[in-house]
Write a protein that binds this ligand. Sequence first.
Ligand SMILES: Cc1ncc(COP(=O)(O)O)c(C=O)c1O
Length: 361
Amino acid sequence: MLPDVLREEEGRVVITVDENIPNDLIKTPGDFRESFFMLFRNPIIHEKMKEILATIGNTPLVALKRFSPRAGVRLWVKVEGLNPGGSVKDRTALAMVEAAEAKGRLHPGLTILEATSGNTGIGLAMVAAVKGYRCRLVMSEGVSVERRMMLEALGAEILLTPAAEGTDGAIAAVREMMQREPDKYYHPDQFNNPANWQAHYRTTAPEIWRDSGGAVTHVVAALGTGGTLTGLARYFRDHRLPVKSVAVEPLPGHKIQGLKNMQESLVPGIYDPSLADLHYYISDEEAYHTTRRLAREEGLVAGMSSGAALAGALRLAHSLTQGNIVVILPDRGERYLSTPLFRPTPVRNAENLPQPCGSGR
Ligand SMILES: Cc1ncc(COP(=O)(O)O)c(C=O)c1O
């Protein structure tokens, strides 16, 4: 699959160089090769961005150097924290808003109302700011203070529900508000909105296929709404590509922001458990430990759900003799600096921990 700037002509690949590219970028054959590589990896680089929303997606796929258990098994991470709002949820927020606009369900004057553990809220607040909508977000008091401050910075209104009720308390509060004033709001409902998983079907999955050069054998995503896993799994299945989808779920009573244990939560309507080829359960301790390793050994400061996904990928990696595993890292670590995640407390080695709930299903 070639990006827009490239086309095939009589067996040759022809590159269209935008006049906005400064001439000194393309001077010598060596420079040209470099520019070509940059354009191929990141086709949006040749455009002047019309607005911040145009920078969503096309996140880098980065090789991990120290996590692979053996030479034939390689691990790559897709760094979704490099989206402009800092998480994978920028993709879904934009997709849900634009789908609602296209269907006439969202128009000027309506307020966007959503229950969110933070990242979808940040994505929605950013999209609402650019497009000129009001945005009201309901979330658990347990959400980190950095996320709340970020939402305030983007001009969103925030309503808090008791921490003990988790995200489900926020969902119930939104349902009640919608019943009381249905004409005031547009409720994207990320847990039941197909535009959520379709964003990953349209963008995340083909990016992984393109940037891995078709070498990816497994994709690993941790479950919140299930949108990421659903979109990836459906794309690879529908296109008959040899890529296995791997779900990672936290244990009941977990504290990993953004993730859901499906036994103890309202199961999202868009989540289809039959799509995952493999399924791992990860303890909080294992997720935290792996998040710290990622920062200290690879220089990648990501959130706790990233550590959970990577911990699942490591279990998978140990069971393989060959493979190219791509792990979705949903957000940035800066968002958790006020939590115990990066505190330098001594931690037991996760490999020596008893296995929580079996290592696969
Ligand atoms: C930090 C974080 N990680 C992972 C996820 C899970 O992604 P999905 O909802 O696509 O399952 C979310 C979702 O909100 C999240 O905020």
